[in-house]
Design a protein around this ligand. Structure first.
Ligand code: DC
Length: 237
């Protein structure tokens, strides 16, 4: 089992950018678990599977071959779905299907499998709380809702700010209040509010936290969850 750095937080907090940079600096593999939920959402949409059909969605999640490739490219069953997973409809659908326990179990199993033999920076909602409760470093990255909307608007210039505000509020509400693995800060995670910080400042702060943990011997061995079969590959940066 490799070292795990868990970065959790709400939509638009800047997790992906920071997690990628940190992975690159440390020579770890970067894993965007949100992309995995999004890939299942794309498949369910194409197969017209109802968002409430838990059994069928579980089957899709178990059998999906998800590859996370360099440059944030994502392949589902051999097809490049990088752009398809980022539409507003898929964002909403991913959040809906992420509330189904059996779908989560299937994807968590793939996530644990990836960390079996690799050091990873894994970002999501439940990485420190559920997927790797014994991760050596856990960070909960937050920012106030207005700032998160501004950051998303910069990434998606075509989107109306009002629509983005509504989408993020709705996803926040669903991700935080669902019964299965809701977005919560793990008790032993370091909370970082990045509101008003530059990307460089956030990166420096996270690297400082990670290095402090590692030099304390906390990351000297490994994290710590059983894995099962998965075809997901990681992005090596
Ligand atoms: O990080 P993201 O916005 O790409 O994630 C898309 C959705 O997937 C998000 O609304 C909640 C869900 N998700 C989750 O429930 N658990 C994770 N570890 C990652 C994402």
């Amino acid at each position: 089992m490799g070292h795990v750095i868990a970065i959790d937080g709400p939509a638009g907090a800047g997790k992906s950018t920071i997690a990628r940079l940190v992975a690159e600096k440390l020579g770890y593999i970067y894993i965007d678990t949100g992309a995995m939920y999004r890939a299942i959402a794309v498949w369910s949409s194409r197969t017209m599977t109802a968002a409430g059909d838990a059994h069928r969605l579980e089957q899709l999640a178990i059998s999906a071959e998800i590859e996370l490739l360099p440059g944030r490219r994502v392949r589902l069953n051999g097809e490049d779905v990088t752009d398809a997973i980022r539409t507003p409809d898929i964002s909403a659908l991913a959040s809906q299907i992420a509330s189904i326990g059996a779908v989560r179990a299937a994807l968590v199993s793939k996530q644990r499998q990836i960390a079996e033999n690799s050091n990873v920076v894994m970002e999501g909602r439940d990485i420190g709380s559920v997927v790797f409760p014994d991760a050596r470093v856990k960070i909960f990255l937050d920012a106030d809702p207005a700032e998160r909307v501004r950051r998303r608007a910069a990434e998606q210039p075509g989107e109306h700010p009002g629509a983005l505000t509504a989408q993020i509020a709705e996803r926040d509400q669903r991700d935080r209040s669902r019964a299965e693995s809701p977005l919560v800060q793990a008790p032993d995670a370091t909370y970082l509010d990045s509101t008003g910080m530059t990307q460089q400042q956030v990166e420096d702060e996270i690297l400082r936290i990670v290095r402090a943990r590692i030099s304390n011997g906390k990351a000297g061995s490994v994290a710590d969850a059983p894995g099962q079969a998965s075809s997901a590959a990681g992005e090596t940066r």
